[in-house]
Every structure is written in C-alpha cells, then in structure tokens.
Design a protein around this ligand. Sequence first.
Ligand code: HEM
Length: 127
Amino acid sequence: GQPPTPYEVIGEERLSALVHAFYHQVADHPELISIFPDDFTETIRKQEQFLTQYLGGPALYTNEHGHPMLRARHIPHEITPTRAKAWLSCMDIAMDEVGLEGELRDALFHRLSLTAQHMINTQGKAE
Ligand code: HEM
C-alpha cells in the first residue's frame, strides 16, 4: 500500500504533546510572549488542526477555518527574523521533549524553518 504519512508516523497523541510542549516554550520566551494571547487554548487547538494537515493527515484546519493563508493570517503580528528564530528554537526544544528523532524530525524541522522564514513580515532591528 501507500507509505504512511508523517502524520501517521508521528501519531495524533504525540502531535498533540508536541504542540502543547511548543506553546509552553512560547509562553516562556521573552521575544514571543508579548504577541500571543494570554490564553493559549484556541491557539493550541488551531495549531493541532493545522499541523495535522501539514503532515498529511485529515484537513481539520481547512474544514473549520478555510484555506490557511498562513502568511496573511500572520500579518497582524510583527514577525521579525528574531521572532522566527525564537519560534524555531521553541519547536526544537519541544521536539526533544516529545522524543521526535531521526529523519522525520529533521525533515519536519527543515520544512518548518522554510515556513517560518516565509512568515517574516517585519525586518525589525538588525542583528
Ligand atoms: C497563529 C506567531 C510561525 C502556524 C499565530 C499567532 C501568532 C503567531 C502571534 C496568533 C495566535 C493567536 O491569536 O491565537 C508566529 C511567529 C512565527 C510563526 C512569531 C515565527 C515565524 C508559524 C509557522 C506556522 C504557524 C511556521 C506553521 C507551521 C500558525 C497557525 C496559527 C498561527 C496555524 C493560527 C491561525 C489562525 O488564526 O487560524 N502565529 N507564528 N506559525 N500560527 Fe504562527
């Protein structure tokens, strides 16, 4: 049959654990906390839906919210290169915490790096 999707390999439970661990890091990150809402419940729910479909699982995000148009949905938030880096560092730690390893981790991290890069909409201060 078909090779399993990354979503199937990671599994719904581990994906949920990843997203929770990720927003724990975000809530603790000085560069990120100010642009996120105080209550992460809805953010977590949407990110689980989004990553499910990003990884080849059912289109949960699109079914409820329409086309992701991720860059457009990030325009209200100031995404600087520093914040993109911070976002990825939170993801890196979260991946460690849920034991995501090997090729799957590397491929996902690489893809997320490209997506994060694409979200940058403000140059901010030079680093
Ligand atoms: C929403 C920040 C990258 C997926 C948001 C929100 C913020 C944010 C502040 C709004 C949260 C809320 O109001 O609930 C950032 C920053 C990034 C980044 C600083 C750094 C580059 C990414 C990437 C992805 C992503 C790489 C996908 C892999 C989402 C999704 C939402 C979201 C799905 C919910 C959109 C909606 O309202 O339906 N992000 N984000 N973000 N972000 Fe990001």
